[in-house]
Design a protein around this ligand. Structure first.
Ligand SMILES: Cc1ncc(COP(=O)(O)O)c(C=O)c1O
Length: 489
């Protein structure tokens, strides 16, 4: 009889027992727990090398789990309210690729948030499905992108009653969570499979009062445990709400994940799950209280934030630990540099018109008030806020202006087909009205500006030209400087 207490750490204990046996390492990885890689050892990697094991006696097999890993995955499923959970060793990226390949067939339509990560588009590329973007609602005053609404999905379903799947990105990179329960209800009514990309929200269940995928009974959801739970990069979880498509998902995880999974990553998933189970409420609760104090202090100092109230008024919820500083007057990049130099603050990301800071348990020893004062000291905050020019700024281009984007036009070509057809690289300036043949991502965030099969609009062309003029480089295209872009002939 197995003990499935959340206090247990089956994989970690198996690794510990293995190391205690002190076998002579005649196996891969070749560093042999450090002895075979003296240079790496001398450069501080010793603790990492020690745990860098492989599928040896007692350590189970990610692709055929029957022992320690099997138990560790059951514990994760029980904690996160899933029927079945899988460890992800190349992030939510690997999980999304597997899931979308398992669930979709060529030509099927997928309703997806305009905030979907590039891994979603890559998954659709593998499956042959056709994306239909759902516009995201912007915040009333600033136009900053929030999330998708139930009304938007309902309207999209009227136009595409045969859609196969709904993919919601919740919370967004900026911590805005959608109304997941009514979305799940709507999906059930229409026989849609609901996937929630909860990469940034593994900690949400521990707050107790914010919407999250398990509470909404989503069909599938994914957690970047490295982004939001404290596990090592790139550890994640794929959770299944039921047992439908289990075998196909299992098969596709074997396709998209390495046959040499990282044990340090998997051990960290086992340990982070235990930490969340035993201390999650306290740890994330304290982080939230800290972040709320920091937000209050920043606001008192005159810093313009994406505020909880405005987000609530728009019908969404905000994770207080995601702090977005809005800079309508621009100068965000220079500000991020100053914050790094004068306050030693390394932010998650910065653009001309906004900065994003992620708070968590790592900051608890700092004084939120002192830090807010230091931040305010660096900024010329008292500048009168001019209005944003939402059409031309990242990430404003992901938010629909009022009424815009409600026609729910599918991509004219499935991404899979778009990359297989003859293509030509044209000067960017002449690409409007053509069908894109490449992925174009100004990361971070990893939200594609364009994907293969998508019609290149005048609006998106203007965004690309502006970003290019600022020297931005792009992930995806053969020409990262985007002088030319490949289009389908
Ligand atoms: C919303 C979202 N989904 C998925 C991913 C991919 O997650 P991972 O880095 O764990 O592969 C990211 C990464 O930034 C993301 O922001």
């Amino acid at each position: 009889m197995q003990d499935y207490s959340q206090r247990g750490t089956p994989l970690y204990r198996a690794a510990l027992a293995f190391l205690r046996r002190e076998r002579i390492p005649m196996h891969v990885p070749l560093h042999g727990r450090g002895g075979g890689a003296p240079y790496l050892m001398s450069r501080g990697l010793a603790p990492f090398l020690q745990w860098d094991l492989t599928e040896l006696q007692g350590l189970d097999d990610l692709h055929l789990p029957a022992g320690a890993l099997y138990q560790a995955q059951i514990l994760a499923a029980r904690l996160f309210g899933a029927k079945q959970s899988f460890f992800l060793v190349n992030g939510v990226t690997g999980g999304l690729l597997a899931l979308l390949s398992a669930l979709l067939r060529p030509g099927e339509k997928v309703l997806l948030s305009r905030l979907a990560h590039k891994a979603v588009l890559h998954g659709l590329m593998l499956s042959g499905a056709v994306p239909v973007y759902l516009p995201v609602k912007g915040e009333e005053q600033s136009g900053f992108p929030l999330n998708i609404t139930v009304a938007t999905v309902r309207a999209a379903l009227k136009k595409h009653p045969g859609a196969r799947l709904l993919l919601v990105t919740s919370p967004s990179y900026w911590g805005v969570t959608a109304e997941l329960a009514p979305l799940a209800e709507l999906a059930r009514e229409h026989g849609l499979t609901l996937i929630v990309d909860e990469a940034h929200g593994a900690h949400l269940p521990f707050y107790g009062d914010l919407p999250h995928a398990a509470a909404a009974r989503a069909d599938f959801w994914l957690h970047s445990a490295h982004k939001s739970l404290g596990a090592l990069t790139p550890g994640g979880f794929l959770h299944l709400g039921g047992r439908q498509h289990l075998q196909r998902v299992r098969f596709w995880l074997q396709v998209t994940q390495t046959s040499s999974p990282s044990y340090p990553v998997m051990l960290s998933l086992d340990l982070a799950r235990r930490q969340a189970a035993l201390c999650g409420k306290r740890l994330f609760g304290r982080a939230r209280v800290w972040a709320e104090a920091f937000r209050r202090a920043l606001t008192e100092e005159g810093v313009n934030l994406l505020g909880e109230e405005a987000v609530r008024e728009a019908g969404f919820y905000l994770d207080p630990c995601r702090i977005t500083l809005l800079r309508p007057e621009g100068g965000g990049l220079r500000l991020a540099e100053k914050l790094a130099r004068h306050c030693r603050l390394q932010l998650e990301l910065a653009d001309e018109n906004y900065l994003l800071a992620i708070c968590g348990p790592a900051q608890l020893r700092l004084s939120p008030r002192a830090l807010a004062r230091a931040v305010a000291g660096v900024l010329p905050l008292a500048q009168p806020a001019r209005s944003f020019s939402p059409k031309l700024q990242l990430p404003f281009c992901f938010a629909a202006a009022k009424g815009e984007g409600e026609d729910f036009t599918p991509f004219p070509l499935a991404p899979q087909r778009a990359i297989s057809l003859p293509a030509a690289a044209l000067p960017l300036e002449s690409c409007a009205g053509r069908i894109c043949a490449e992925m174009v991502v100004a990361a971070p965030p990893g939200i594609p500006l364009l994907a293969p099969g998508e019609l290149i609009s005048e609006k998106m062309l203007a965004v690309l030209l502006l970003l290019r003029s600022r020297g931005r480089r792009f992930q995806g295209p053969a020409d990262p400087g985007l002088r030319r872009l490949k289009i389908v002939l």
